[in-house]
Design a protein around this ligand. Structure first.
Ligand code: R5P
Length: 311
């Protein structure tokens, strides 16, 4: 087997390769003068089981093209099986038609990955579980919850915890985490978003008074959802609020917003390469998912169970 990487998250790809005690495949991704992507693989991959690691994070379109062209290069180099390892699957939020005459871009991107020549996909905390079905090839969706739960137990295990979903859509995810935390109680923030990019907290469902709240979500983008939820929880008597979010998209002024918020801390994974601002922030902590992804890759290569990772 071989592990190859695009440019979107080389530190994570290197850490995954480190977990598997193997080097990254020697390949280069370059740009023509007009920004066209060019991929060249400098070693033989004929007959190999190849895992190509690339998050389709910012700049989403460039990183997506790198992934597609990397898969095409592998296919034409006669790799036996190609697994697209997409720790952060961009475009996932466009998983349904929000109105008439709008696209379902998550499905389009899934088609592109498949058509490029991927045989399998390995993703982490897909925005919605049903995106797995957008791919007509085997797709494993890993959960960061076990890594988060271990961290929460170590840091906050001795406190009166309450797991909080920042919106109704995240309840299943929050319930799964609460179960891992000795069935901690659950609260829900009833969020209403009038326009894309804006969020408004309406109501807290559940008794949060005197509790240390752990907000859980798949994505933090502008940080609006999170900071508004933290304010609402504290207004309702919560003792403290920390957040665990798998994908730190953190666009625009998100880091400054988090730094100025009432959140005790924001813990994100390295599914997206953290920006310098995120790394410097003393309110943001980064937790690696390299062993989780590395172990899943090992099991796929060995044809053993991936789901038992979450038992
Ligand atoms: C939405 O359904 C997602 O799960 C996140 O809650 C959302 O993407 C966060 O966005 P923002 O940080 O911009 O409020």
């Amino acid at each position: 087997m071989k592990i190859m990487s695009g440019n979107s998250n080389l530190p994570l790809a290197r850490a995954i390769a480190g977990y598997l005690e193997m080097p990254l495949t020697d390949a280069s991704v370059r740009r023509f003068a007009d920004e066209e992507v060019f991929v060249e693989i400098h070693e033989n991959v004929r007959g190999e089981d190849v895992f190509i690691v690339q998050s389709t994070s910012y700049p989403a379109n460039d990183n997506l093209m790198e992934l597609l062209i990397g898969i095409d290069a592998l296919r034409r180099a006669s790799a036996r099986r190609i697994t697209a390892v997409i720790p952060y699957f961009g475009y996932a939020r466009q998983d349904r038609k929000p109105g008439p005459r709008t696209p379902i871009s998550a499905k389009l991107v899934a088609n592109l990955v498949t058509e490029a020549g991927a045989d399998r996909v390995l993703a982490v905390d897909l925005h919605a579980g049903q995106i797995q079905g957008f791919f007509d090839i085997p797709t494993d969706n890993l959960y960061a919850a076990p890594v988060m739960a271990a961290d929460i137990q170590a840091r906050y295990g001795d406190q009166d915890l309450m797991v909080v979903s920042p919106d109704v859509g995240g309840v299943v995810r929050a319930r799964a985490l609460a179960k891992r935390l000795d069935n901690a109680p659950l609260a829900i923030v009833d969020k209403r978003r009038d326009r894309p990019g804006e969020s408004e907290v309406m109501n807290i469902i559940g008794e949060v008074e005197g509790r240390h709240c752990i907000l859980i979500d798949d994505i933090v983008d502008s940080g609006g959802t999170l900071c508004n939820a933290a304010d609402a929880l504290l207004e309702n008597g919560a003792k403290s609020v920390a957040a665990y979010i798998t994908h730190g998209v953190l666009s625009g002024g998100a880091v400054a917003r988090i730094d100025g918020s009432q959140l005790k801390e924001l813990v994100i994974s390295d599914s997206i390469r953290p920006t310098e601002a995120a790394e410097k922030s003393d309110r943001i902590r980064i937790m690696t998912i390299a062993p989780l992804v590395g172990e899943a890759i090992r099991r796929i290569a060995d044809e053993s169970s991936v789901s038992s990772l979450f038992d």
